[in-house]
Design a protein around this ligand. Structure first.
Ligand code: 15L
Length: 279
């Protein structure tokens, strides 16, 4: 498939660009920065929240045969103010979806996050149908972006798969990661499956490896063809050889880990309430 990967210079983006190209896809990367060293496909330096710049990227892709899908990873990967978050996650998704409709690009695979449901207490195995319960403005942005995907699937009959990614890392480092880890290899397998599954319509799946201690239901992903091969349990002895800390307890209370703690509580907007010391 001819793919546009946004956020291509980021940690997930660079792994996915390489992995998807290895699997035979024709990858164009887009990011705010220049192509990282070693990147071999086409590249555009552009801001996906900017409609004109994004339009130019799609026009350029049309000149070399057009696109079959968009893998949308761009966005601030952690907590920020609400306006910054909405711009980064919701506006970028809307701009890309509008371009997809205008250029007849049929599929988006979107990097949502476990933080869309991060305030859910960690008790039972969570399916994708659990109500949105964000733990941060970051989570709110992911919920809203998922809602946009739903709207565009209904209105324009595109396909869109939201991946509620856990902890994307080369190796798990904390006790929480033993449940939330997404390995590099599984990330590539998952995105490839979501790009190539026949007519998924709108779908939400959890982006995690087959972790023995997993908290999220992998079945919806498996139904789309995502067969995870890695398990954080292989690292459990090393991870658990470090003494347990208070952070492990707060990490374990909600599925979003520390994002669901008071440490992340802040006013929505950078205004008079942003700095409590100034009150
Ligand atoms: C995410 O979605 C974040 O981008 C990342 O910073 C981590 O917090 C990760 O989730 C996680 O839950 O470990």
């Amino acid at each position: 498939m001819r793919l546009l990967v946004t956020g291509a210079a980021g940690s997930i983006g660079s792994v996915l660009c390489r992995g998807l190209a290895d699997r035979g896809h024709d990858v164009t990367g887009v990011d705010l920065t220049a192509a990282p060293a070693g990147f071999t496909g086409a590249w555009a330096t552009a801001d996906c929240t900017d409609p004109a710049a994004t339009h130019a990227v799609f026009d350029e892709a049309d000149r070399s045969g057009g696109l079959d899908g968009v893998v949308h990873l761009a966005g601030i990967p952690t907590e920020a103010s609400l306006p910054e978050t909405l711009d980064s996650h919701v506006r970028s998704t809307a701009v890309l979806l509008d371009e997809m409709v205008a250029h007849s690009v049929g599929r988006m695979v979107y990097a949502s996050s476990n933080h869309a449901v991060g305030r859910t207490p960690r008790t039972t195995l969570l399916g994708p149908g659990v109500p949105p319960r964000p733990d941060t403005f970051y989570g709110v942005g992911k919920v809203a972006a998922e809602a946009l995907l739903r709207l565009y699937v209904d209105r324009h009959a595109v396909d869109a798969v939201a991946l509620r990614i856990g902890s994307f890392l080369a190796e798990p480092r904390t006790r929480r990661h033993l449940s939330t880890w997404l390995s590099h290899g599984d990330a590539v397998r998952m995105v490839d499956a979501c790009l190539t599954a026949p007519h998924p319509g709108f779908a939400v799946i959890y982006g995690v490896s087959a972790n023995t201690r997993g908290w999220w239901d992998l079945e919806p992903g498996r139904r789309l063809g995502y067969q995870p091969e890695d398990d954080a349990e292989d690292f459990a002895v090393t991870v658990e050889s470090a003494p347990a800390t208070l952070a492990d307890d707060s990490d374990a209370a909600h599925v979003g880990g520390d994002f669901a703690t008071a440490a992340y509580t802040r006013p929505a907007v950078d205004g008079p309430h942003a700095d409590p010391a100034s009150d």
